[in-house]
Design a binder for this molecule. Structure first.
Ligand code: ZN
Length: 248
């Protein structure tokens, strides 16, 4: 399964605002704090995690977390639709986005959709991106997800995950420490509809934990050893990052 597996659609070869990218510099800008509500909270209703045949996807039902502020249009609210993971054949290159040419061990995408939007508006999605960094010890905070992967090895299977399965997000989400740029989906048709928010802080994960993702079986009956797209040309796009305000 080569890099072309994830992205072969309409805009993937012809677009000019494609993702992922290698982030080499950013323009410091005055941006209000990014507000995330409910992403890491206890969900008494729990969540489900599904093997879609390409990745492991967390689905939300009812009372979805929301995102607003930051680089998002003033007054707009984005609702979390699903979260999923990307990984590679090598732990040294498992993320899609790179920073100064350095890749993470994995990447997670929290896909939000704008609650309401005029017909002509283009950036109707905002993806909150998290990069992982390999560490020797298991990150036990990820276990509520990682230990469930054995139950969804077969494509199109589903399992429930516990109410506290996303507590680890608390360690990575920041209202100011991220990069922001306009880009595309990295799968499917690569539509250029995404306001990307790429968190700077990386989440620890062990090689053993990453290996559990590679055991998932894809639509073709083979293990999903890789689910990632290579970096794309920046093409004059500007990458912004908030000025970091002093702690008070
Ligand atoms: Zn993705």
């Amino acid at each position: 399964m080569g890099p072309g597996f994830a992205a072969t659609g309409l805009f993937c070869n012809n677009g000019s605002h494609q993702s992922p990218i290698d982030i080499d510099s950013c323009i410091r800008s005055n941006i209000p704090p990014l507000r995330t509500t409910g992403h890491s909270r206890i969900r008494p209703e729990g969540f489900t995690i599904m093997n879609t045949g390409s990745t492991a996807q967390i689905n939300y039902r009812g009372n979805e977390p929301t995102m607003s502020g930051g680089p998002l249009p003033r007054g707009s609210t984005y609702v979390l639709v699903q979260a999923h993971f990307h990984w590679g054949e090598s732990d040294a290159k498992g993320s899609e986005h790179a920073v100064h040419g350095k890749y993470g061990a994995m990447e997670a995408h929290f896909v939000h959709r704008k609650r309401s939007y005029p017909d002509l508006e283009t950036l109707i999605y905002s993806i909150l991106q998290l990069n992982y960094q390999e560490q020797e010890r298991n990150n036990t905070k990820l276990d509520p997800i990682v230990t469930k992967l054995a139950e969804i090895r077969a494509a199109k299977t589903l399992a429930r995950i516990d109410a506290d399965a996303l507590f680890w997000l608390n360690d990575a989400l920041s209202p100011f420490r991220y990069y922001n740029y306009p880009g595309s989906l990295t799968t499917g048709d690569c539509n250029e509809v995404v306001n990307w928010i790429v968190m700077k802080k990386r989440v620890g994960i062990s090689a053993t934990q990453i290996a559990e993702f590679r055991k998932l079986i894809g639509k073709d009956g083979m293990a999903i050893t890789e689910y990632r797209r290579e970096v794309q040309d920046l093409n004059n796009r500007k990458i912004k990052c908030p000025r970091v305000f002093p702690m008070v």
